[in-house]
Design a protein around this ligand. Structure first.
Ligand code: CP3
Length: 348
């Protein structure tokens, strides 16, 4: 794979190279005036995700501005519960809301039958994007991991402590297995279809993996990730997968050894030398600049960026943030970041 013309694919397949490729989680979004302009037209957020003209345009906005190595599909992880038949909406200034699952019987109201049709606009978006991207840019598809998506489906939105979802899991683990199994099936089908529509790499976001003790983490995050990776690889063996098990601390090592993904996305708290010594020999790593550094900018940003590059840039590495970019980030700081990463070479 060393001959691949796309730097992001080379890195995800395990090849080191300077400068490393760069893209940013949530790179399309409210920190960009051209995104806010589209959103100000007043369309519902899910409607924007399901309108290919708009989703293509928004996906391309950060590529035009910054020439990033990866273009991530503009959508949301909650499109899957929507496609399963759950009521999902986004309230301005509040975030996502869902008609919550309360009892296992509520699963009967969800169905895999309508999945392909509900997600057809997403596949259309990917097909159009694969014809429009620069030759060296990799088209990234994504989905939420079963636990992170289940947490929204059960809590009915964002949550501070996931008490309702965790209490269900601890109190009725077999029921919880059924919810996770439904999401493994839906997510695997969704990701495989994204590849068929043109996605060249995939990321699975397990943003709330960090709330579990080890045994539960293995059962509801690691094992489902393994199963999704197995199914996607069975269908498309050469498409690289990135997993983002945010907040799992030393358990990142178990994910590196066992989940089967090609790369792990590191959250901001993962120590760099530890990641180099314990993860980077097993998988490519991606990360992990604190997104709030892009609000501060200046010398703070330059030093923090150099620290990440010097620690991880000599192995298989993708420069990224440790979580999604915030609406307060400055586009000028993003431009400076890309310039610094592109100029980086290993010391000595
Ligand atoms: O990376 C990209 O540019 C692709 C688009 C993308 C969005 N959401 C767009 C979005 C991706 C990859 C996501 C993933 C996502 N969505 C996650 C996992 C990653 C993470 O950040 O942990 C989660 C947990 C969600 C759920 C979600 N969607 C929340 C909690 C919110 C509200 C918070 C917020 O930032 O507004 C959203 C809305 C959302 N998803 C927006 C965007 C651009 C903002 C919508 C708007 O007001 O325009």
């Amino acid at each position: 794979m060393t001959t691949d013309p796309k730097p992001l694919l080379r890195a995800l397949h395990g090849t080191a190279g300077a400068p490393p490729p760069i893209w940013l989680m949530r790179q399309a979004g409210r920190y960009l005036p051209e995104y806010r302009e589209i959103r100000a037209r007043g369309r519902d957020f899910l409607d924007v995700c399901l309108t290919p003209d708009l989703a293509v345009e928004i996906t391309l906005q950060p590529i035009r501005r910054f020439g990033l190595d990866g273009a991530i599909l503009f959508s949301d992880i909650l499109i899957v519960p929507h496609a399963l038949g759950q009521k999902v909406w986004f309230e301005d200034g509040v975030g996502p809301k869902l008609e919550p699952l309360r009892r296992i019987e509520d699963l009967k109201q969800l169905s895999l039958g309508g999945l392909d049709e509900a997600l057809a606009p997403v596949y259309e978006t990917l097909r159009r994007l694969s014809g429009e991207l620069p030759r060296e840019t990799t088209l990234i598809g994504f989905a939420g991991a079963p636990w992170t998506v289940a947490s929204y489906m059960i809590e009915g939105g964002s949550s501070k402590d996931y008490a309702t979802a965790k209490t269900w899991a601890y109190g009725a683990p077999k029921e919880f297995d059924r919810i996770i199994a439904l999401l493994v099936e839906a997510t695997s089908r969704y990701l495989i279809a994204q590849i068929a529509a043109g996605a060249e790499a995939l990321q699975i976001f397990d943003s709330w993996a960090g709330v579990w003790p080890e045994a539960a983490l293995r059962r509801w995050c690691l094992a489902p990730a393994q199963e999704i990776v197995r199914r996607v690889k069975a269908a498309h063996p050469t498409i690289p997968l990135i997993l983002f098990p945010r907040g799992v601390g030393p358990m990142y090592q178990a994910f590196a050894e066992e989940c089967g993904a090609d790369a792990l996305s590191l959250d901001t708290t993962v120590p760099l030398a530890w990641a180099r010594d314990h993860l980077q020999g097993k998988v490519a790593v991606q990360g992990n600049l604190d997104p709030l550094v892009l609000v501060a900018g200046g010398a703070t940003q330059a030093e923090a960026t150099a620290t990440v590059l010097d620690a991880l840039g000599s192995g298989p590495f993708v420069f990224n943030l440790g979580h999604g970019i915030t609406p307060q980030a400055s586009p000028d700081n993003v431009a400076a970041l890309v310039e610094q990463v592109r100029a980086w070479r290993p010391k000595g």
